[in-house]
Design a protein around this ligand. Structure first.
Ligand SMILES: C[S@@+](CC[C@H](N)C(=O)[O-])C[C@H]1O[C@@H](n2cnc3c(N)ncnc32)[C@H](O)[C@@H]1O
Length: 316
């Protein structure tokens, strides 16, 4: 819970003494104002060049050339023990797909970054393709700047499938074999998007708006960013989202007592971010709790709420 609201002033330009920086402008210029080796986690979903309302579709090679100097700056500001999480999908041209992570991988490698995971985000719904298999996942490339990097596994463990499983032979026979805090969440992340896209929340079989949804067409669920924030940073570290949209990464950071920076060119989204941050500070922002199980239409209402209670208990 946010304790000292006074501390949490939203600055529009970078200052070392700030806790929250949200800049309305072009990332290519703003990033130059952030000091070397200062940001522990850069997490973002950059524009995919697919012609969304906030971008103009251009040739993929031109698009990547535009991004190269920005990535160079991002590597400059990244803390030696820090991470970059780059979430992308496909660029599509006349039915041909270009998985953007393949192209971005080369650019990050040229800067000496090391890939630790290629996380697959699977979602169950979306447009049905007619001349290829329907796309149902995107990826998040997690790179580190060095071999000595922050990785906190305990805060992001998820409930084990068989928590009471015991050793059946040897010295530890009869003892619980798994970690009581749960298991590693792996590099395959399901959850959320199914619910996000179907806009199902809490009440089985009743459609209602997801509690976090704003007018932004491709908003991050805060819960997904939180997993990276908790694993890859410590309290008081800086987190930066260079394409901040409506501020989901900033919210995940502030909620967990990190210092945050965001830059976003659309004023409308910056204004929404500010409102969401203020509402978080006032304890009024509706967020989907981290680890809440996905609503399963095959389960009864009672089974769904029992699954939810189990997950809350596991998160205490
Ligand atoms: C995929 S969205 C990110 C959404 C964000 N993750 C969220 O949860 O709201 C990409 C964002 O990048 C912004 N953007 C595109 N080009 C930009 C630039 N040159 N400088 C700053 N922001 C830019 C777009 O306006 C858009 O909001």
């Amino acid at each position: 819970m946010i304790k000292n609201k006074q501390e949490l002033k939203i600055e529009s330009d970078f200052a070392k003494s700030a806790k929250i920086v949200l800049h309305n402008g072009d990332t290519a210029e703003f990033v130059k104002t952030i000091p070397d080796n200062s940001v522990k986690l850069i997490i973002t979903s950059p524009p995919y060049n697919v012609g969304k309302s906030y971008e103009k579709k251009q040739d993929i090679h031109k698009y990547l050339e535009w991004h190269k100097p920005i990535i160079k700056e991002l590597v400059r500001i990244l803390h030696p023990e820090g991470s970059i999480c780059w979430q992308v999908g496909n660029y599509v041209d006349k039915g041909e797909i270009f998985p953007l992570d393949i192209f971005y991988y080369e650019i990050f490698k040229q800067h000496g970054l090391k890939l630790r995971n290629r996380i697959v985000w699977h979602f169950g719904h979306g447009l049905h393709a007619r001349k290829r298999f329907s796309g149902r996942y995107e990826t998040l490339l997690w790179f580190t700047k060095s071999d000595n990097y922050t990785f906190n596994l305990d805060p992001i463990r998820v409930p084990s499938k068989y928590p009471n499983k015991k050793y059946f032979k040897g010295d530890k026979k009869g003892e619980i074999s798994g970690n009581p805090l749960g298991k590693n969440p792996s590099d395959f992340w399901e959850a959320i998007y199914q619910e996000w896209e179907k806009e199902i929340w809490e009440i089985p079989n009743v459609k209602s708006n997801h509690p976090e949804k704003t007018i932004h067409p491709c908003q991050f669920p805060v819960e997904l960013v939180e997993r990276c924030v908790l694993a890859l940073t410590d309290n008081d570290d800086w987190i930066y989202d260079p394409y901040a949209g409506v501020g989901s990464a900033l919210i995940a950071g502030i909620k967990n007592d990190r210092k945050v920076i965001g830059s976003e060119k659309e004023k409308e989204y910056v204004d929404i971010s500010k409102k969401r941050i203020v509402s978080l500070m006032n304890g009024e922002l509706k967020l989907r709790p981290m680890g809440k199980p996905i609503y399963d239409p095959k389960r009864t209402a009672k089974e769904n709420s029992q699954a939810q209670l189990r997950s809350y208990a596991n998160n205490q």
